[in-house]
Design a protein. Structure first.
Length: 159
């Protein structure tokens, strides 16, 4: 069984988002072992200070990289990443599963991810040119992962 590690920065606050993530994690459990690691978001006093934001992203990067299983296929979710359709994502998941059996996926803070994290990852993935709140992105990611596994298993969830 494949091992997924989802690394996120910040915590989910709204119960409806927690419930949605929980539901998709439960559905995923028939296909994969899923671990979620939440990294504390660095405080930023001045949202207009690029240096302070950069410092915060680098501090988060150190904790993210430490949390990623070293022998996993690492995927950074970022706006400049490659966009795939559902079948393409399923193919990526299947290939990574066959190659190493472990996948790490990283969702950054509201400021994104440090270039340090992106360089550590084999794949950069974008779900859309649109910007989503990072908390909502967790739900979207888990649904997309569940859809990928149902595609790989030949189930009818994906129409």
């Amino acid at each position: 069984m494949i091992h997924l590690t989802v690394i996120t920065v910040g915590t989910l606050k709204e119960d409806y988002l927690k419930d949605a993530v929980s539901e998709y994690k439960k559905r995923l459990s028939q296909f994969a072992k899923v671990d979620e690691i939440n990294i504390k978001e660095e405080p930023i006093r001045n949202e207009d200070d690029a240096k302070e934001i950069g410092r915060a992203l680098e501090a988060e990067a150190a904790r993210i990289i430490q949390a990623m299983p070293k022998d996993s296929h690492k995927i950074a979710l970022c706006i400049e990443g490659k966009q795939l359709d559902s079948v393409g994502l399923a193919s990526l998941i299947g290939e990574a599963s066959d190659a190493v059996g472990k996948i790490s996926l990283v969702i950054g803070s509201s400021h994104g991810l440090s270039e340090t994290v992106k360089k550590e990852c084999k794949t950069r993935l974008s779900f859309s040119l649109l910007t989503f709140p990072h908390q909502l992105m967790r739900v979207i990611l888990y649904e997309a992962l569940y859809r990928s596994f149902t595609i790989l298993a030949g189930k009818k969830y994906h129409k």
